[in-house]
Structures are given as C-alpha cells and as structure tokens.
Design a protein around this ligand. Structure first.
Ligand code: NDP
Length: 284
C-alpha cells in the first residue's frame, strides 16, 4: 500500500514560508508584493480558480488586484489593461486566467505580459529560459509536482521518468524539469503505441492527460512514485484524476490524491513566483 502525498500540507508549508519571508522583507526593506488576476467572461471553473488565488494572496500577505471583465471585452481593451499593469509598480505578477473567450487571441495576450511579471511562465521568453535551465519563474503546475516529488525524499537522478501528456503548460515543461534533475525522461501522448508498457518502466510517473482513470494499477511498476495532475469533472460533479487511485495505490510507493494533490501546489507555486518577481525590485 502506498503513502499518500499530501499536497494540501506541502502547499500550506510553502505558503507559510512565503509569508514569513515577505514579512521579514517588509520589515527590513519595505518590500510589498502584488498579484493582478484578470478574468474575462463567466466560466464557473475559472471563477473558482480566481477566488482560490485571491485567498492564497491573502494567506501570503500579498496585495491582490482582480479585474473581472465582461465576455464582450475586445482584444484591444484587454491589451490596454495588460499594458497598464505592466507599468504599475504595485503589481509584481500578472495572470490572465485561461481559457479566454474564442474571439480573443491567447498567444497575443500572453506575449503582451511583461516577461518580468509573467508569473505563470507562459511567455515565450520564460519558456525559452526553462529550456536552457536558467530560469526566473518555473511554470506553476510542473514546479508544484517537483516539490511533491522532493517531499517524498526520492532522488530523481538516474531514474526512469515517464510523463503522460505533452501540453505546453504541463507535459513539456514537466519533462524538462525532470531532465534538469537528471531523470531519464520519456514523454507519452495520444499517438504513443503501447502506453501501458512505457508506463510500467517508470520509477516516477506523472500523468497530465485529462482522461479520467486512464492509468490503471497494472500499468504501474511496483514501488513507483505516481503523480496525478489530472483534474476531470465527472457527471456526478466529483473531481477525478487521470490515475485509477484504488488500483494504482496498490502498486505505488507514493501517490497523490485528486483532489488534494497537485491542485493546491499549483497555486502555492504561483505565490512563489510572485514573491520572486517582487524581490527583483530590491536589486534596482
Ligand atoms: P491538454 O489537453 O492540453 O493535453 C493533454 C495531453 O494528453 C496531450 O498531450 C494528449 O496527447 C495527451 N493524451 C490525450 N489522450 C491520451 C491518451 N489516451 N493516451 C496518452 N496521452 C493522451 O491538457 P493539459 O496538459 O492542459 O491538462 C492535463 C490534465 O491536467 C487535465 O485534466 C487538466 O485539467 C489537468 N490540469 C491540472 C492542473 C492542476 O493544477 N492540478 C493544472 C493544469 C492542468 P496529444 O498531444 O497527442 O493530443
């Protein structure tokens, strides 16, 4: 039976460390930190994420600035707001909640956020820095996964690491971070021939697919660390991961639950990036 990795507990300790560091920097250097979150339209899931981000800002002692824009907002209006925030000294991090309504071009929006305030690490400049391994911000979800793996004490160097999913926001940067830690990394996707066979090689398996219960216990090597990034809403309203928890937990040494695993870490890493951005003011 595996040990459950408690994402809520790890996330709480990361946020507590951020709060303590900011308090100290406030007292000694007058540092403040602020995060601006933009939401366009009424997507209910996005609204929940934005509310959770606001709560996390409060927990860390950050100022939060929320911009709830109507679904009819034009590209020009959105870019004007981003430009204003790029030049606002109270704002250290800017996050535009995705997905955006169809008439808005996500790529253009991301490219207009100043790389120095791009706390999601989606701007091509920051993506390039991650590839090189010389980064200021790490993308929040993969960075959160790395913290969870670290919390197990399991060494990554030399291990077989399998990432299922190759999206720009999770799978690809995830693979890169594992590679930077000297894992031997394989990336799987929808065209992978024998997913079960590749997964069974993994000492560390990260599932970021978006298919409920795709990864079953018989696809997992005995003693593997299993990280489930998937957040799938079932018809009964419950959240479910990409890993079939009941069977997988029979094989894994450590496993994350859904909810309560990777989800809370993503927000904690967003807070970490915001503090990093704020601290860069100290060097001026
Ligand atoms: P995307 O839809 O962008 O990417 C999914 C990836 O999974 C693609 O690379 C796709 O392959 C691959 N895939 C789809 N079906 C299969 C299959 N049957 N076998 C193998 N690979 C497959 O999703 P995201 O990366 O954005 O998100 C993945 C999951 O993680 C979702 O459930 C999402 O909700 C969750 N998530 C959770 C976060 C958190 O904070 N916990 C944050 C972000 C995402 P191909 O490229 O060939 O199409």
């Amino acid at each position: 039976m595996s040990k459950i990795i408690d994402g809520k507990a790890v996330s709480a300790s990361v946020k507590e460390a951020i709060r303590t560091e900011l308090e100290e920097l406030k007292a000694t250097k007058g540092l403040t930190a602020g995060l601006a979150v933009i939401i366009v339209g009424d997507d209910p899931a996005s609204k929940v994420y934005v509310r959770n981000k606001k709560l996390a800002c409060e927990a860390c002692g950050f100022e939060s600035f929320e911009y709830a824009l109507s679904a009819e907002t034009t590209q020009e209006e959105l870019l004007d707001l981003i430009n204003k925030l790029n030049n606002d000294d109270r704002v250290d991090g800017i996050l535009c909640q995705l997905p955006l309504p169809k008439h808005l071009d996500e790529k253009v929006v991301i490219n207009n956020i100043s790389p120095a305030k791009d706390v999601d690490a989606f701007h091509p400049e920051n993506v390039g820095q991650i590839m090189i391994g010389d980064y200021k911000f790490l993308p929040c979800t993969p960075a959160g996964v790395m913290e969870l793996i670290a919390s197990t004490g399991v060494e990554i160097a030399g291990k077989e690491c399998v990432v299922v999913g190759r999206s720009n926001i999770v799978g690809k940067p995830m693979a890169m971070l594992l590679l930077h830690k000297s894992g031997t990394v394989t990336i799987c996707h929808s065209k992978t021939k024998d997913l079960a066979e590749v997964c069974r090689r993994a000492d560390i398996l990260v599932a970021a697919v978006g298919v409920p219960n795709l990864i079953k216990g018989d696809m997992i090597k005995e003693g593997a660390v299993v990280i489930d990034v998937g957040m799938n809403r079932l018809d009964n309203g419950k959240l479910c991961g990409d890993v079939e928890f009941e069977t997988a937990s029979e094989k894994a040494s450590y496993i994350t639950p859904v909810p309560g695993g990777v989800g809370p870490m993503t927000i904690a890493m967003l807070m970490k990036n915001t503090l990093t951005a704020a601290k860069s003011k100290l060097k001026d």
